[in-house]
Design a protein around this ligand. Structure first.
Ligand SMILES: *Cc1c(COP(=O)(O)O)cnc(C)c1O
Length: 389
């Protein structure tokens, strides 16, 4: 709980002060020279390199992540992903990306990175043999994500990370869903782990931020230098909010995971639902791997309607009172979002092999801190409204 409180001030006050400021002052020219030589957190230099407020957050995140050497902060989760990839990739390299990656991750790979001469190939994260075959001489990095975005597949991260290492490439993982509390990614073999702090760490839908933690000094130095060259900076006010969110994150994760499981169980018994995509639910895809590798979950999961049309789905979602309609997740209030994996994937089929072609309309739920019975009653009203269409 005291993570991030290593400064002198921590002897006197629970939370770090918010240090605003662009200019840092140096006592004399010799001190300025000394500051230039030490490019590290904890060294006053210039506002872009952060202040004790941002250093406290980075330090707390490093301590939260078993096996982490250091952490760099970014102004959003997407910035964390792009910077982490840019820190390891060069023109001519090949990047492997899991087919169920967060959509903006796909977009930066096939857009920006392509323009800079980096080739991206997508792979099916559930096909280990196929994965090994996707490597070529120039494959430099692999971007993993677990569970898969929207469709929530759990893959065998230790096995994928080991193959990546054996092939001489760097494994990066978007671990926003579980956080290191539910899945310590570096101790499961990944080299670099990424989080959108906007979600669970912030926890109150009032800030955007991202972090990247590296397993060794070499990766950390590259991350730090890349972020500095790209001018990345997070505000001290947002860092203080993120630190504040971090203190209650374990309780929020536990509570939202418990409620999500109750709602998922209820949905799995509904006649209108074809599949519940929730790794925490026994019998779901990936549940066994989740039990093996994860010590926790969170409130985010999806389900797929049995047949039905867009109008049915919209009626269900529009009727909900307790679920807002919007992007992001990890806040204290529940959200519902329609999604259509058809057309988003290139290496894996949707609906998955063996499933009914008509069952393809997805709804993602981000469960907040409301009473589970109230959420279930709200969904019950949604299903009733759907049947009126
Ligand atoms: C939201 C999200 C991101 C991006 O985070 P922002 O802070 O919104 O930029 C990245 N990865 C995953 C899995 C996310 O859910």
């Amino acid at each position: 709980m005291s993570a991030g409180r290593s400064g002198d001030w921590a002897k006197h006050i629970v939370n770090p002060p918010i240090y605003r400021g662009s200019t840092h002052l140096h006592a004399d020219c010799a001190a300025l020279e000394e500051a230039k030589r030490h490019n590290r957190d904890g060294q006053f230099f210039y506002g872009r390199r952060g202040s004790p407020t941002q250093w406290a957050l980075a330090d707390a995140l490093t301590r939260l992540e078993p096996g982490a050497f250091g952490t760099v902060l970014y102004p959003s989760g997407v910035a964390a992903i792009s910077n982490a990839l840019m820190s390891v990739l060069s023109p001519g390299d090949v990047l492997l990306v899991t087919d169920n990656a967060y959509d903006p991750s796909r977009g930066m790979a096939t857009g920006l990175f392509k323009r800079y001469g980096i080739e991206t190939r997508f792979f099916d994260p559930l096909d280990l043999d196929g994965f090994a075959d996707r490597f070529c001489e120039n494959t430099r990095a692999v971007l993993l994500e677990v569970p898969g975005s929207l469709t929530m597949e759990i893959c065998d991260i230790p096995a994928l990370a080991k193959i990546t290492r054996d092939k001489g490439a760097v494994s990066l993982i978007d671990n926003t869903w579980a956080t290191p509390l539910g899945f310590p990614a570096l101790s499961h073999g990944c080299d670099i782990t990424i989080m959108s702090l906007t979600k669970h760490v912030g926890g109150h839908s009032d800030l955007l931020m991202g972090s990247v933690s590296a397993a060794n000094e070499r990766h950390y130095r590259r991350l730090r230098l890349t972020a500095q060259q790209l001018g990345q900076h997070v505000s001290p006010d947002d860092a203080a909010l993120a630190l504040r969110g971090l203190r209650t994150m374990p309780l929020r994760l536990e509570r939202t995971a418990e409620t999500a499981l109750a709602v998922a169980r209820w949905l799995s018994k509904r006649e209108e639902v074809a599949h519940v995509l929730c790794p925490m639910l026994p019998g779901s895809q990936g549940h066994e791997l989740w039990k093996r590798d994860f010590s926790g979950g969170c409130g985010l999961f999806s389900f797929v309607l049995k047949g039905r049309s867009d109008a049915h789905r919209a009626a269900l979602i529009d009727t909900l009172d307790l679920f807002g309609i919007g992007f992001s997740w990890g806040g204290y209030e529940s959200l519902a979002l329609p999604f259509d994996p058809v057309g988003m994937r290139t290496a894996t089929p949707w609906p998955p092999a063996g499933c009914n072609e008509a069952d393809k309309l997805g709804i993602r739920l981000a469960i907040g801190l409301e009473d589970p019975a109230d959420l279930i009653a709200d969904l019950e009203r949604g299903f009733a409204a759907m049947e009126q269409v």
